[in-house]
Design a protein around this ligand. Structure first.
Ligand code: SF4
Length: 206
């Protein structure tokens, strides 16, 4: 075995994932490009090496941390929408979501991350675990995991969140491909060849 084969084994292990529950995931609903989520729903999610490392870092962080009074990795499914709450305090009805970020000095929280916490709050309520009182996002620096910044997530009324969440989930599961939302994500998007190529817009479900 040579060093490149060892690296390959490590990469393979970093990329190993537990099978996810079926349905539209909250992370897809809150993604920067719905077209990417639309592809991911049909073809499955996969990552380049940068994505694999980010995912692994996030997973390692989740696995090693526990918050007193909080339940970890709580899956909630309502209708065809599914999400996993990183940390949930059932007594105080608090959610804490963990994120890694390249620059935690930037303006945070990111709107898409707040939207995720809102969706988790709604799913929590719909599944009978009560209304969320407070939501927080803990940003861990990718450069130095000891640097953490905690941001409060302002939560909108749940009726508004439900309307938006159901509407977006409908767009992701619809036969019609959503328009491109070009931006920074395109550079890392595993579907870019398909998105900008001549592949027919209509895809059969797996
Ligand atoms: S390449 Fe860009 S526009 Fe196309 S699906 Fe990916 S993120 Fe969206």
């Amino acid at each position: 075995m040579d060093s490149s084969q060892v690296l390959e084994l490590i990469t393979e292990s970093m990329n190993a994932q537990e099978p996810r529950s079926g349905g539209v995931h909250v992370s897809s609903i809150c993604a920067a490009c719905l077209r990417k989520s639309w592809y991911g729903y049909r073809l499955g999610e996969f990552n380049d090496i940068t994505g694999i490392r980010t995912l692994w870092f996030g997973r390692a962080m989740h696995a090693s941390l526990n918050l007193k009074g909080f339940l970890k990795e709580q899956e909630r499914k309502w209708e065809n929408i599914v999400g996993t709450i990183d940390f949930f305090n059932p007594d105080q009805k608090i959610i804490v979501d963990f994120k890694t970020h390249g620059d935690i000095t930037r303006q945070l929280p990111m709107p898409s991350h707040v939207q995720q916490v809102e969706c988790y709050s709604l799913l929590n309520e719909k599944c009978g675990f009560g209304n969320i009182e407070q939501g927080f996002i803990a940003y861990f620096s990718k450069q130095s995991p000891y640097d953490v910044r905690i941001c409060k997530a302002p939560l909108r009324p749940m009726e508004n969140v439900e309307k938006q969440m159901v509407n977006i989930a409908g767009l992701i599961t619809s036969d019609k491909i959503p328009p491109r939302q070009m931006g920074w994500l395109c550079k890392y998007c595993p579907f870019s060849m398909r998105c900008f190529g001549n592949t027919p817009d209509k895809l059969e479900m797996k």
